[in-house]
Each structure stands twice: as C-alpha cells, then as structure tokens.
Write a protein that binds this ligand. Sequence first.
Ligand SMILES: *[C@@H]1O[C@H](CO)[C@@H](O)[C@H](O)[C@H]1NC(C)=O
Ligand SMILES: *[C@@H]1O[C@H](CO)[C@@H](O)[C@H](O)[C@H]1NC(C)=O
Length: 169
Amino acid sequence: MECSSIKHPFIFLFFCLVFLSPLVCSQLYYNFYDTTCPSLTRIVRSNVLSAMANETRIAASLLRLHFHDCFVNGCDGSVLLDDTSTLKGEKNARPNQNSIRGFEVIDKIKSALEVACPSTVSCADILALAAREAVNFSRGPFWSVPLGRRDGTTASESEANNLPSPFES
Ligand SMILES: *[C@@H]1O[C@H](CO)[C@@H](O)[C@H](O)[C@H]1NC(C)=O
Ligand SMILES: *[C@@H]1O[C@H](CO)[C@@H](O)[C@H](O)[C@H]1NC(C)=O
C-alpha cells in the first residue's frame, strides 16, 4: 500500500495502527494539525514576528536552530533537550555552545500552543515552522512544511560535533 495514495490522515492512521509497522506510520502531512490545532500557523507567525520586531537577527537564529536540529538524526527536536544525569544533550556540542539561540522563542510558541491545543503539536514541528516563518518574514523563499514529526527522547552530542563548520569549502 502506497502511503501517499491515502489522502486522509485519520483513515491512514487507523490503517497504520491496525495493520502496518510503526515505520510506515511516521508519514508527514501538510494538514496534520488542521483539525486538532487550527491556530498553529497564526500562533507561530505572531510569535516569530514579535521576536523579529525585538531583534531582526533572531530570524537567522531560528533557521540555524532548525538546521542544527535536523542535521543530527533528523528533525526530531533533539537540539532542545537539556543535559540530564542520564542524557548528554546537543546544546553544549562545539558548533552549538554559546552560539545556538532562539530557545526562548520556541518555548514561547510551545506555551501558547499548550493553551490553544494542549499536548498536540510537537516541538520538532514548531522548530520547522518557526524557521519557515522567519525566512518568510525576512523576504526569503516560502516553502510548505509537511507536519507530524515526533519529538525524539534522545540526543547526540558527538553527532552534533560533526555539524559542518563555517570554514567548509
Ligand atoms: C529581545 O532581544 C534581546 C537580544 O537582543 C533579548 O535579550 C531579549 O530577551 C529579547 N526580548 C524579547 C521580549 O524577546
Ligand atoms: C510569505 O509567504 C506568503 C505565502 O504564504 C507570501 O504571500 C508572502 O509574500 C510571503 N512573504 C514574504 C515576505 O515573502
């Protein structure tokens, strides 16, 4: 069965949960939150806009945050995880330490979304949308973001250390 042949996410999810492997189920959809969190785009846009009104540079920071998240084992929000006694996060990897920023903006969006639609939108999707809006508001290109990413529960400092340096050819 072709995932892309099924247009309705809920029907797909049903098939997916009942018959198929979890691997097949991690399909992304442009309309993933259309019914569960219709205010998603508006909330992301207004928060990114006010962060940029405060400081234009935050637009670049949000794009970089998304890239640094995705480069390490995919776009799973792992860059947001703090160190704990059992987990070494990515925030203190060499390419990130004292340079990665924008966490407050993501936290603010997440808090607003927890009021509007609790326990619905993943942090990985927030990172992806915030980067898109930051670029859009900076008069960069616009791209459609398929949604439904799941947040990772692990991080990899060693892989974050492999992020390309600004001195690559
Ligand atoms: C505004 O930007 C500054 C950095 O230039 C930052 O320290 C501050 O937290 C930001 N304030 C808000 C409300 O986003
Ligand atoms: C942002 O994207 C929208 C399409 O949704 C487009 O109409 C608008 O012109 C874009 N804004 C900028 C500043 O590029």
